[in-house]
Design a binder for this molecule. Structure first.
Ligand code: ATP
Ligand code: MG
Ligand code: MG
Ligand code: MG
Length: 565
């Protein structure tokens, strides 16, 4: 391509609303333009980067036996009602009605759709395991769309779903994806860490990992060990997409849509379960999620810490008679990070109702949801694992003091189990003709977020420094003076030679001052720049400059193409 013809509107000024460097540079380098909050157009060079990341993802998914499909963006509400998530998902779900007033949503994720497909198509264990994926737009009405491509409302995700016959199969699929993710982010030139991310984290059960690109602008807090490979998300209480990490029989797995506060009695009554059969999790579903587990019964639980890493966003208010609060170790109207109420065994045995209300940032009057699961399915160790880890605490693997860092979640792998297959009845028959629900996993990569994360990690004051595998083009040939025939013609010749060799090259054929051309080349972040000027041409040479190091070499014109190739 010739730069004069590329729609690549670069800007010198930093856009006012862009808070983080990737957002600033994506706009300034002419890679994206905003359409509405969290909704962007990809311009030609931006799209090339995106396609390269997609291609890396695709190759690694295929290498693990993944099969690409394309699922619908528009999804019927009925499926989401079947899984129980129509109500649970809250305001992040973009809902719409058709002309017949049927309800739909724009897919924020595709467990329902894919499980519906599988229940129709899979009959036998012989058809398993199955790994299906797509690369497609996702829609989430994020409370705070911001940071450009990092938190969009329309964004591009790769999502793969695994279907296995048992836990052992799931473990294998999970490992395949974990390995594929490691390869993908390495190939994208990112420095990242897989972190343990859920209730199972400290217990080491490994139910989910997030892949974090470490960067100051990251929205997630991560603790990591400087001396071994241990790393965990501080926000352990976030547990997605299953609100609690249990396989609840679907009958009991209903949600209550309660603006304001509900008492335990009211919840029990609504769910038609006796108070004594109830173990409660109170899930706040918003941008930032909080799961507060109130445990009743006669069990001793030594410690429950509720995540306080969400900092300013999450407050928890407890209201109730003083005696109750005293037992919980909380002040009335206690606001802010929850401490560690010791021996939290009393909650629902109390004669008086305890009211707990999760309040989340700006959305404090928003809905909150209560889920209930029968006690028999609830694993106490999972509750205990809601404990958060803090910097300074000893590493559970090697004992060194943990450190804290900020991370951008670029991907997540998740063992779903049978939550969706049970809910939607996606079953298969084994060798003996017995029916079982498929054991599922889901695995997401934020493709567009990865593009932003790559910029967060690779930039300087002049612009983007693309890692070569995802650069929009590899080389820009810059004739410094288009009016000089020899310079112009040499530039053209070199450009053509590079193209012939299959090198991804552009020619800056604009009649602009060299300073303007150099600035744009640095801003857009082409890994290599070939400068063609009359001075060096006098010796039959051109300048080859590496964007990353600024290193310049003089290269004979006739050797250039071979050198780059
Ligand atoms: P976050 O914690 O940042 O809200 P998430 O945990 O809700 O992300 P997942 O449901 O795990 O996201 O989706 C898989 C991947 O999709 C994430 O790891 C992330 O890379 C990407 N992603 C999620 N939300 C967005 C968004 N609003 N904009 C861009 N990418 C996103
Ligand atoms: Mg989210
Ligand atoms: Mg997350
Ligand atoms: Mg996630």
């Amino acid at each position: 391509m010739r730069v004069s013809q590329i729609l690549n509107p670069t800007l010198r000024e930093v856009p006012a609303e862009a808070e983080v460097v990737s957002h600033q540079l994506l706009v300034r380098a002419g890679l994206i333009r905003k359409s509405a909050a969290g909704i962007y157009t990809y311009l030609p060079l931006g799209l090339r980067v995106l396609r390269k990341i997609e291609q890396i993802v695709r190759e690694e998914m295929d290498a693990k036996g993944g099969q690409e499909v394309l699922l619908p963006i528009i999804q019927p509400a009925e499926l989401w009602r079947e899984s129980g998530r129509w109500d649970l998902y809250g305001q992040e779900l973009m809902r719409l009605n058709d002309r017949h007033n049927r309800e739909f949503c724009l897919g924020p994720t595709h467990e329902e759709i894919i499980t519906d497909l599988i229940r129709g198509e899979i009959r036998s264990y012989k058809q398993l395991p199955l790994l299906l994926y797509q690369i497609q737009n996702k829609y989430r009405d994020e409370r705070r769309p911001r940071f450009g491509l990092m938190r969009g409302r329309e964004f591009i995700m790769k999502d793969l779903y695994s279907f296995d016959r048992d836990e052992a199969g799931l473990a294998e699929s999970y490992k395949k994806m974990y390995d594929a993710y490691t390869r993908i982010f390495t190939r994208c030139g990112l420095s990242f860490r897989p972190v343990e991310a859920d209730a199972g984290a400290i217990g080491g059960t490994g139910g989910t990992h997030e892949f974090m690109v470490l960067a100051e602008s990251g929205e997630a807090a991560v603790v990591y060990c400087p001396d071994c490979d241990y790393a965990a998300n501080v926000e352990k209480a976030e547990c997605k997409p299953a609100p609690v990490a249990v396989d609840a029989p679907i009958g009991a797995y209903r949600s209550v849509d309660t603006p304001g506060t509900k008492t335990i009695e009211q919840v029990a009554e609504f769910l038609k379960v006796s108070k004594s059969d109830l173990v409660k999790s109170l899930l706040y579903q918003g941008d930032d999620k909080l799961i507060l587990v109130l445990v009743r019964g006669d069990r001793e639980i030594n410690e429950i810490k509720v995540n306080n890493a969400l900092g300013p966003f999450i407050n928890l208010q407890l209201a109730g008679p003083e005696a109750v609060l005293e037992k919980l170790g909380c002040e009335p109207g206690y606001v802010g990070p929850i401490g560690a109420p010791k021996n939290l065994t009393v909650v629902a045995d109390l004669e008086v109702p305890l009211m707990a209300k999760a309040v989340c940032g700006a959305n404090a009057e928003d809905k909150h949801y209560v889920d209930a699961v029968p006690e028999k399915d609830f694993r106490i160790d999972q509750i205990l694992d809601l404990r958060m880890v803090n910097a300074g605490e000893p590493c559970p693997q090697c004992g060194s003091p943990l450190k804290e860092a900020r991370g951008i979640e670029v991907g997540q792998v998740f063992k779903l189990g049978t939550k969706y297959s049970k809910a939607l009845n996606a079953v298969f028959l084994d060798e003996n003709g017995a029916e079982h629900p498929c054991v599922m996993g889901c695995y997401g990569i934020g493709v567009s977020r990865t593009m932003a994360a790559a910029i967060e990690q690779n930039n300087d004051k002049d612009g983007i420094i693309w890692p070569i595998p995802i650069a929009p083009y590899h080389v820009i040939v810059v004739p410094v003076n288009m009016k000089d025939d020899q310079v112009r013609e040499t530039g053209e010749t070199l450009y053509q030679e590079l193209l012939k060799l299959g090198v991804e090259a552009v020619l800056d054929d604009r009649d602009e001052r060299p300073g303007v051309k150099f600035k744009d080349a640095d801003l857009v972040g082409y890994p290599l720049r070939v400068t063609v000027g009359s001075k060096t041409l006098a010796n039959g040479e051109v300048e080859l400059r590496e964007r990353k190091t600024g290193e310049v070499q003089l290269v004979k014109v006739e050797e250039l193409a071979g050198r780059i190739q």
